[in-house]
Design a protein around this ligand. Structure first.
Ligand code: LLP
Length: 424
């Protein structure tokens, strides 16, 4: 459930009409509902109320500090994958003891920053990373708390680009090779082994792959115990998928129930790294129709609706062929047409929706691209020298710009024309 609803034919976010915001802020913009963010965070988190756990929001899915600080206030932590995300999480006031650091390519500088900040856990993804971390920690005369991210070789049955738990993916350490590494790490001077971590993929619509992975992790934790290595944290990675179109993902409560049942008897604090399930349906992208046109001459006529948001603003349709529902901000009684909703970027791959049956739109109409809260703004770029759009948050009958629209000046910020001596 979310708080984007029509009232008298007009799309509202909570108690504010989307059209009113567009008038004040201009288009395009991302719009988040605070009440939906809170509701979704709590729906996930409360499923684990009866057990020790930390919900570390996956910053990569939506990294605005207003969103991060909201979750921090609800008791959440952060799952980060870069120094930049660590900076954001700290700026948002997230307790470092609720921050975990994932990712296959952490640099020496990033490891140092994590150690300096006193984060809870590094999810180490290779033997070389272990050695680098041990060295950096030794130089700083501290101990680095770690989990290894194990790869359980489970098929998450999701898009190939976002499935991560198969043996052929670049992530983690094969679970059947990890034992030796744990023994090695446990003997290291500047490493403190604390956890096991596992993330098999994103936008999962089935519970069974999570359960299969968890069983493998559980068996692995028992093997570790036999070697005298005790585990304080088990990190189960990202959350469940969401409904973009007609998917029927499990409700977070069902997911929680399955995990709780599977984990009975294990004495460890659980860590979760959900992103999409919390923010995905709490945000939309609002865009304005610039032109409509019909291209004839091909096999069949094609209707195009050209809007002011493109693949640089929301890349999911172009990159993954992802479906996002599109809705008119103001409903009107118009004839239905089949249209492609496309952006202004000079690429055929620049589309937000293809072959959609949609009521006829006119220049100046506003459209809402739904379910855009996760991996929307965070994946935006300046391609075609387009300033990144504004981000707005609504709470009740109020709204606030939480990231102002970039300007022309910000496009060339940091650039300079060199003056090479000796050249004409
Ligand atoms: N933890 C780790 C280690 C991850 O790699 C991810 C997502 C998450 C947690 C959060 O997963 P979630 O709860 O959001 O499913 N850009 C793609 C999604 C990439 C996901 C990357 N990792 C998209 O737009 O669909």
């Amino acid at each position: 459930m979310n708080h984007f609803e029509y009232k008298n034919g007009e799309l509202f976010c909570e108690d504010v009409s989307v059209g009113t915001i567009a008038k004040e802020v201009g288009t395009p913009f991302y719009l988040y509902s605070r009440a939906t963010l809170v509701r979704h965070f709590q729906a996930f988190d409360s499923g684990f109320d009866t057990i020790d756990h930390i919900t570390c929001f996956a910053v990569k899915s939506c990294s605005n500090i207003a969103v991060l600080s909201l979750f921090s206030g609800l008791g959440g932590g952060a799952d980060i994958v870069s120094g930049g995300e660590l900076y954001r999480a700290l700026q948002a006031g997230i307790d470092p003891k609720r921050i975990i650091y994932s990712g296959v390519g952490k640099t020496e500088e990033e490891l140092r920053y994590g150690l300096e900040s006193g984060i809870l856990l590094f999810n180490v993804e290779s033997e070389q990373e272990l050695h680098r971390l041990n060295k950096v920690a030794a130089d700083m005369a501290v101990k680095a708390p770690i989990a290894f991210r194990v790869n359980p070789d489970v098929d998450p049955k999701t898009h190939a680009y976002i499935s991560t738990g198969l043996a052929k993916n670049k992530f983690g350490i094969p679970i059947n090779e990890a034992l030796d590494l744990y023994v090695q790490a446990a003997a290291m001077e500047s490493i403190e082994v604390q956890g096991v971590s596992c993330h098999i993929g994103s936008q999962l619509t089935l519970i069974s792959p999570f359960v299969e992975a968890l069983r493998k992790v559980k068996a692995f934790v028992e093997k570790l115990a036999e070697k005298g290595i005790t585990i304080d944290y088990i990190d189960l990675g990202g959350g469940v998928g969401i409904t973009y179109d007609d998917e029927t993902p499990p409700h977070p409560k069902e997911y929680a129930k399955a995990i709780r049942e599977e984990l009975s008897g294990l004495q460890a604090t659980l860590i979760f790294e959900p992103g999409r399930v919390i923010v995905g349906n709490a945000g939309i992208l609002v865009t304005e129709v610039q032109y409509t046109k019909t291209n004839r001459g091909g096999e069949k006529e094609k209707n195009f609706v050209v809007v002011d948001a493109g693949m640089n603003d929301l890349t999911r349709p172009s990159l993954y062929g992802a479906f996002h529902a599109v809705a008119p901000v103001e409903k009107k009684n118009a004839a239905m047409e089949v249209v492609d909703i496309v952006g202004p970027i000079c690429e055929t791959g620049d589309f937000l929706a293809k072959d959609r049956t949609f009521p006829h739109v006119d220049q100046g109409d506003l459209l809402a691209v739904m379910s855009a809260g996760a991996y929307g703004f965070t994946m935006a770029s300046n391609y075609n020298s387009r300033p990144r759009v504004a981000e707005v948050m609504v709470s009740g009958d109020q709204f606030a710009v939480i990231r102002r629209r970039e300007t022309m000046e910000s496009l060339i910020q940091g650039e300079s024309v060199p003056d090479f001596s000796g050249e004409e």
